[in-house]
Design a protein around this ligand. Structure first.
Ligand SMILES: [Zn+2]
Length: 284
């Protein structure tokens, strides 16, 4: 099945190169950013500069419906639109470069973050594929509150990043509900989207997601490697309307992000507001 475009079925099993384990260090240098600020603001507080989420919104009738899935949350790997718009998503949360928050805030770049507890709280060892880490766990959940204040939705990516296909339903539910509860406590907003680690899920995952109040499972059509290079999951190696791109909170993210955003714009694509597009796709 050519799975990269539009919506894929719940039976699709993915083995993608996202969230790779540690052990492939490179020699790139750390980004020249200032030291992290330890944020202590209370959950739920919004700063005045948060003037609504950035990114283009769907036009009336632009987005095709996402098929209904018999009461379970839909699994979505791209947004069904013909407009040249793509969506940026960033996973885990190990590396917490304050320069990246400034970039997102100052340039009003639309992103969606999928936070994983053990990364955000720096329990364990991060993936080293982006280069030497400098800000691992620097701001903990304060970093995600800063992102939230910059207009970034903070969504669910489990507590411990397991391969969910190896877990029974109760353990899957603990991972999903536990992360939603934690994110709500730390950011003031309960997640509505779930991204399964490694893209691995099964029907129990969808049942657990529904039980934890998560309304959709978000996959992706391309990953972004260190250096801003796009690794496509489709044969023709081109950006397509509605593509969802996956990045990670890695060293040099701010620099890689600049390269990526320029590349996307050069190809004539805009950056979309994922939540607005999902709402439009599900409003049918
Ligand atoms: Zn991950």
């Amino acid at each position: 099945m050519f799975w990269g475009h539009r919506v894929i079925g719940v039976a699709c099993v993915l083995a993608l190169a996202a969230c790779a384990p540690a052990g492939t260090a490179s020699t790139t240098s750390p980004s020249p950013s200032s030291s992290p600020s330890s944020s202590s603001e209370a959950p739920g507080r919004k700063t005045p500069e948060a003037a609504g989420p950035p990114g283009v919104k769907p036009r009336k009738g632009e987005v095709r419906p996402i098929p209904r899935t018999g009461g379970l949350p839909p699994v979505i790997s791209s947004i069904p639109t013909e407009r040249k718009v793509v969506f940026l998503t960033i996973d885990d949360g190990w590396e917490q470069d304050p320069g990246f928050v400034r970039q997102v805030r100052d340039q009003r770049v639309p992103i969606t973050a999928f936070a994983m507890r053990d990364a955000v709280e720096a329990r364990g060892t991060p993936d080293e594929s982006g280069g030497p880490a400098r800000y691992v766990g620097a701001g903990k959940w304060g970093y995600f509150r800063q992102l939230r204040d910059a207009g970034v939705p903070v969504e669910n990516h489990t507590l411990t990043h397991p391969n969910l296909r190896l877990l029974a339903y109760p353990a899957q539910r603990r991972e999903l509900c536990g992360a939603s509860k934690l994110i709500e406590r730390e950011t003031g907003t309960r997640p509505t989207l779930f991204r399964p680690p490694f893209g691995n899920y099964n029907t129990d995952t969808l049942r657990a997601a529904r039980s934890c109040g998560l309304s959709a499972v978000l996959l992706w059509t391309a990953t972004v490697q260190p250096g801003g290079k796009i690794a496509y999951q489709v044969p023709d190696k081109k950006l397509r309307p509605g593509d969802i791109l996956l990045l990670h909170f890695r060293p040099n993210l701010a620099r890689d992000f600049r390269v990526l955003v320029n590349k996307i714009k050069r190809r004539g694509f805009e950056l979309g507001d994922l939540q607005a597009y999902l709402a439009a796709a599900r409003a049918h």
